[in-house]
Design a protein around this ligand. Sequence first.
Ligand code: PSU
Ligand code: MN
Length: 299
Amino acid sequence: MSDLLRVSAEVAEALARGHPVVALETSIVGQGLPGPHNLRAARGCESAIREEGAVPATIAVLDGQIVVGLSDDELERIAAGAIKVSSRDLGPTLVRRAVGATTVAATMRAAEMAGIRCFATGGIGGVHRGHPEDQSADLAELGRTAVAVFCAGAKIILDLPLTLERLESLSVPVLGYGCDELPAFYTRHSGCPVPTRVDGPEEAAAVLSAAWASGSRGVVVAIPPPGELAGAEEIVLRATRELADVSGPEATPRLLARVAELSGGRSLALNVDLVINNARVAARVAGALGVVGRRRSRR
Ligand code: PSU
Ligand code: MN
């Protein structure tokens, strides 16, 4: 294994034994959520994954290495201040030994390097509203990296129809987990139908396994959020209007922060709940995937 990758003993052992492992990102800790919500979300995800019998593998860049399976002290180092690291930033961040919080794109890449297939997050990046040239690297990474991303769809700060179009062009399967519509992070309804619905961990695992066996790479597993943010659409319209001039890496954290202000903090509580819910579902599907894998290898 490359010395640029450090896998914790617990995660390495789980992988070697074929136990279910779920990767977690840290951009949500470093940029996406303010304290104390960020650590509450991260620790809540780890506990939910353990409760479901899987091992959490929280990922970040520290001391010139991609670390897979952060300790709680390491998690606190990310919360204390980290730069946002997408896939393209991995090399420079490693060389400069900066403290880096990994986005969906960078976390997918690290998960693949470590041999982890399931990864839970809040929402994927996508095509920004009013800035169709600003497309998250999450989309391109989904097109090339064979990891399932469990999320509550894409944040409604994004242009969801354009984001789905882009995923289709990239041949990325989008599975609605017990839903027919793409969830929009703060709400279960977006008006955008998902191409495929799956019900329950076994069916999700079977579809993931068949998708990978037939050449798919990244897969989006979209899970309805456990609650709704009342007035989400108006709040988001106002935030995107106010921040119309902001694009690039700053856009997502700034929009999320403004949505939090405009909702009087209600978006933060929902964000924490939904990411923990996604982690729980990811752990169940990771467990079911192990069963599919064992059945296949016996054939
Ligand atoms: N979802 C959240 N909070 C976040 C993000 C997603 O609930 O902070 C982060 C993810 O790490 C995602 C990133 O990969 O925002 C997308 O940023 P950009 O649009 O710059 O690619
Ligand atoms: Mn962007």
